[in-house]
Design a protein around this ligand. Structure first.
Ligand SMILES: [Zn+2]
Length: 167
């Protein structure tokens, strides 16, 4: 089986034909692995707890090209990531912050994606053998994806709604 490097996250995935997302640009193998991970999270409430982190990490490792949707997607998922791995904020509160940030989306700008997007990718989560591994790897993945965007952390913090300063 040939492995190819994903154009988004840089992870290695089986070479295949298949669909990819409209603006979260990836290799088909990466998109298929993400689909498997989402299916796991949708089918079991214990796995579902990591779902938002999974969505955030995937989105920011696959920023694609500048478009109204990609600009908003990257900004909002980075906003939520900003509040999670760094300070352990409760997911519900981080989600509130993201929703509040949505209301002010007009000020979002395209952030030049980092050349490398993190050492941990959906490939690592895809290979998890049990719940504990899944949860641990999703957290590592989210942290890795967030750190990859460190050049833009101050801009992302500036997008946090009032009352949600992560420091
Ligand atoms: Zn990828």
């Amino acid at each position: 089986m040939n492995l190819v490097t994903c154009i988004g996250c840089g992870g290695l995935f089986p070479e295949m034909d298949g669909p990819t997302h409209r603006y979260m640009e990836s290799s088909p193998g990466c998109w298929a692995a993400y689909g498997d991970v989402l299916a796991r999270e949708y089918s079991d409430p214990a796995y579902a707890k990591t779902h938002r982190l999974t969505v955030d990490a995937y989105a920011v490792q696959h920023p694609g090209r500048p478009s109204p949707q990609s600009i908003q997607s990257v900004a909002l998922h980075l906003t939520r990531l900003c509040l999670l791995p760094e300070c352990g904020l409760e997911m519900s509160r981080a989600n509130d912050a993201m929703l509040k940030a949505t209301e002010s989306k007009k000020k979002f700008v395209w952030l030049l994606p980092p050349p490398t997007r993190g050492a941990v990718t959906v490939a690592d989560v895809h290979e998890a053998n049990n719940l504990q591994e899944h949860v641990t790897r999703v957290r590592q993945w989210a942290e890795s994806a967030w750190q990859a965007w460190s050049l833009h952390h101050s801009q992302i913090r500036a997008w946090l709604p009032a009352g949600f300063d992560s420091r």
